[in-house]
Design a protein around this ligand. Sequence first.
Ligand code: GDP
Ligand code: IMO
Ligand code: MG
Length: 430
Amino acid sequence: MSVMTVVGGQWGDEGKGKIVDLLAEKANMVVRFSGGDNAGHTVINPYGEFRLHLIPSGIFYPQVTCIIGNGVAINPEVLLGEIDVLHQHGVSTDRLFISDRAHLIMPYHTLLDGLEEEGRSERALGTTRKGIGPVFADKAARLGIRVGDLLNPETFRRRLEAALAFKNTILTRVYELPPLSLDDTLAQYLRYGEQLAPRIKDTVSTIREAVDRGDSVLLEGAQGALLDPDFGTYPFVTSSSPLAGASCVGAGLGPREIDHVMGVFKAYNTRVGAGPMPTELDDETGNLIREKAGEYGATTGRPRRCGWFDAVAGRFSVQINGLSEIALTHLDIYDGFPSIMICTAYKFQEEVLTSFPGDPATLEKCSPIYEEVAGWEEPINEIQDYESLPAEARDYMSRLESLLSCPVSLVSVGPDRKQIIPIEAVGRCC
Ligand code: GDP
Ligand code: IMO
Ligand code: MG
C-alpha cells in the first residue's frame, strides 16, 4: 500500500479524472489537493458520465474516503450542486469530507475574476471566471474566509465584515457597482454551512491516520504543470500550484510520504485560455484533433487549442514534478494518422533550445523543431494489452519515454474506465 500523487503534465485536461477513477478501485482514500472549480474532471463509468469540479474522482467506490483538502478553494454552491448530481445517479457521498482549512470562494471572488478579465481586454488571461485568482490572492493577503469559519457564525460574520469593507470599496469606487450586502451574503453562506457541517473536519489527521495504517492513498491534482504560477507560462497561469510538490502542502503530508508520482499526459497537447503554446496547430490537423477528441472545456465549454506533443515542455514537467511514471491518454486520437510529429526542441532566433524557457515572451517567439514518426491505420480503442498495439503506436510511446526520461505505466485508448492498457513499467526505458 502506498501514497501516489497524480498530476497533470501539460496545460490541464489530460484525463486526470479518468485515471484517478481507474486507480481508485484499489485505493482507500482520494484527496484533491489544489485548484478549485476551475477544474473539470470527466469520469465515465457504469454510473454514467460526470464532470467533477471539486469532488475527488474516487467518489464512485464505496471503500474510498474522499477528501477535499486544505489546498483547494471551495465554492460551496458548486460543491452542493455536485453532491446533488451524484445522488441523482445513485452515487453515495457519505464518505466525502472537506478540510476546515480550505478557503471559500465568495461571491466577490467570482465577480472580480470576471471584472478583472474584462479590464484586461485584449490581454485577458482567459481564466475560467470561477474566482480562482481572487480567492488565492486573498489567501496570501490574509483576507480569506475558510471552510471552518462556516461552523462559527460569529467568526464568519467578523471575517466577512472585514473582507466586504475592502471588496465593496473596490466594487463601488473602481467598478461603480452596488456593494454586496453583508446580511444577505452571511445568510447565504450560513445556509451552506449548515448543509456542509457534517463533512467539515480536520482532514489532516484523517489523512495522517490513513497513511499510518498503510492505506492506499491517491492525491489528485488539478490543472497541469505548465499552468503553475512559478514554472508555467506566467502570467498565463492559474493561481495555485498544480505540481506534485503541492500535493504535500495541499493535503498536509511531508515529501517523504509520497511513494509514486504519476504525470498524466495526452498523446498530443491542448491548452484552453490565452498564453504561448509552441506546437499549436491552427490548421486542418488541429481541427481534426479537436473534433475527433471533442476538445471542448469540461468547465467552460471553450474550444481547446490543439497541437502536436511538445517534448521540451514535457521533459520540463517530468523534472519539476519529479515524476516516477506517466499515464499517456488519448493515444486513440492518432488512429489513422499516416505520420505524427513530436516537438523535440525549439528554434529561438538563431538558437536551438532544448529546455523550456522561463520567459513567455521568449516562448512566444519559439518555433517547434519536429521529428516525424510513423502513424498507424487500425483503431486501437478496443485493445486491452500492450503487445496487441500496432508497432508504430508502441514506437511512438517508446520515443516519448526516451525524450521525457520517464516510463509510461498506463496507456489510455478511449474515455471509458475500461479503455486502458497497463504496462510493465520497470526496465523498458530510461
Ligand atoms: P482532466 O481535467 O485532466 O480530468 O481532463 P478532462 O476531463 O477535462 O478532459 C479529458 C477529456 O478526454 C474528457 O472528455 C475525457 O472523457 C476524455 N478522455 C480521457 N482519456 C481519453 C482517451 O484516452 N481517449 C479519448 N478519446 N478520450 C479520453
Ligand atoms: P483541469 O483540472 C485546463 C486555465 C484557464 C486559464 C488559466 C487561468 O480540468 O485540468 P483560472 O480560472 O485558473 O484563473 O484560469 O488556467 N485552467 C485550466 N485549463 N484545465 C484546467 O483544469 C484548468 N484550470 C484552469 O483556462 O487559461
Ligand atoms: Mg479538465
